[in-house]
Ligand binder design. Structure first.
Ligand SMILES: Cc1cc2nc3c(=O)[nH]c(=O)nc-3n(C[C@H](O)[C@H](O)[C@H](O)COP(=O)(O)OP(=O)(O)OC[C@H]3O[C@@H](n4cnc5c(N)ncnc54)[C@H](O)[C@@H]3O)c2cc1C
Ligand SMILES: NC(=O)c1ccc[n+]([C@@H]2O[C@H](COP(=O)([O-])OP(=O)(O)OC[C@H]3O[C@@H](n4cnc5c(N)ncnc54)[C@H](OP(=O)(O)O)[C@@H]3O)[C@@H](O)[C@H]2O)c1
Length: 309
């Protein structure tokens, strides 16, 4: 037990302030780091870590080297509550805690995910490791005040968008801001109420939720039947402008894509320098066809992206 105490003291630098479970497999985690928050910008990510000696929520016993537990670390975008307890805009800098939005990854029992089942076993007051160096170039730095901004995410990919949306609104952004999130079920929209409240407060803001596994997505007999629509289906259709509220035009639009790599669909370059997109249509190809450019370190563009795996 002394080994465990020494390990925790040496590695853990943060305390769980609060956990909100949207359901058993989706949580908003609020942590406070010892000695103040790291200086992250909206859109960046930090690492969270726990020892392989810590308990798992899935009942799989933790097996570790009793002399030397190992710290498991993963990247997590910093999210944001966006509103305070009085339903007023709150951006990350004003938050006394750091907020994360995390899904419990499922995998076969012979190859279980290392970290999320341990994060889901945390309780208020528990200790964990938070990397104090912010990472990533997913940022609203290049957004001009009049630009229309589209945030498109799958699942917990909306985490950095929440931080960026709150920041843009706090800066009194003049252009339109629309966030679209695609999830399996309605209960996977943990921030829905906050987004609806922001729509009331800020006329330039719109939030659109797409689901893929509700009866309305697969049952033509369902009175609200709309079919199954990925982000790519929405933005390939001619009616996306009505839904989103503006046209995606290279001159005045910034797009942010976060989450599943197949939704983003990044191209590779062939030997002649031509972009080769993946077989399954992703947002990158759709946006490129609309004249937009992917933001690369060597060539700044107006389509920014963050892949989660
Ligand atoms: C820059 C960056 C930021 C990230 N931010 C977040 C975040 O804010 N919230 C979050 O939940 N995860 C985020 N992730 C993913 C996170 O780092 C871990 O990969 C994830 O929590 C799984 O860890 P694990 O050890 O339990 O499973 P692992 O064994 O590491 O499992 C990885 C596999 O789980 C699946 N997976 C991982 N993350 C997700 C996800 N978010 N949604 C759906 N499937 C997923 C993929 O199939 C992936 O191959 C981010 C990843 C990166 C690279
Ligand atoms: N969300 C849950 O209730 C739930 C329940 C059990 C387990 N899990 C586990 O949690 C993890 C993550 O689940 P998640 O639902 O947060 O994330 P996810 O699996 O990435 O799904 C998020 C959304 O992205 C859609 N999607 C999938 N492939 C896509 C593509 N190529 N292009 C565009 N959109 C695409 C999904 O639709 P599809 O419906 O087509 O997948 C879903 O609507 C997984 O390990 C999963 O097994 C989640």
């Amino acid at each position: 037990m002394r080994v465990l105490e020494t390990f925790r003291e040496a590695n853990y630098n943060a305390t769980v302030e609060e956990i909100h479970f949207a359901h058993d497999e989706l949580m908003i985690l609020r942590v406070v780091t010892d000695g103040g928050k790291p200086p992250f910008a909206a859109g960046q990510y930090l690492t969270l870590g726990l020892g392989d000696c810590e308990p798992r929520v899935d009942g799989i016993p933790s097996v570790w080297n009793v002399d030397a537990p190992r710290l498991i670390r993963r990247a997590y975008s910093v999210s944001c509550p966006m509103l305070d307890e009085n339903n007023r805009l709150l951006h990350c800098d004003e938050c006394p805690f750091i907020e994360f939005y995390i899904v419990l990854v499922q995998r076969p029992i012979d190859n279980p995910p290392p970290l999320t089942p341990r994060l889901f076993a945390l309780k208020r007051g528990d200790r964990l490791a938070v990397g104090m160096k912010p990472h990533g170039h997913y940022s609203i730095d290049a957004v001009r005040n009049g630009d229309n901004v589209l945030f498109a995410a799958t699942g917990t990919g909306e985490a950095p968008h929440n931080a960026m949306i709150a920041e843009l609104l706090a800066r009194k952004h003049q252009g339109r801001i629309t966030a679209v999130t695609c999830v399996r079920r309605k209960y996977d929209l943990a921030y829905l109420a906050a987004h609806r409240q922001l729509e009331q407060l800020f006329p330039q803001y719109r939030y659109i939720a797409l689901t893929t596994r509700e009866p309305e997505n697969f049952d033509p007999e369902d009175p609200g039947y709309v079919g199954k629509r990925y982000l790519q289906d929405l933005f390939s259709s001619s009616d996306y402008v009505d839904t989103v509220g503006f046209e995606l035009q290279p001159e005045d639009t910034r797009v942010f894509l976060c989450g599943s790599p197949s939704m983003i669909g990044l191209p590779t370059l062939d030997s002649t320098g031509t972009l080769v997109f993946p077989e399954s249509l992703g947002m990158a190809e759709i946006l490129t066809q609309k004249g937009m450019h992917l933001d690369e370190p060597s060539r700044p563009g107006n389509v920014h992206f963050e892949k989660y795996w």
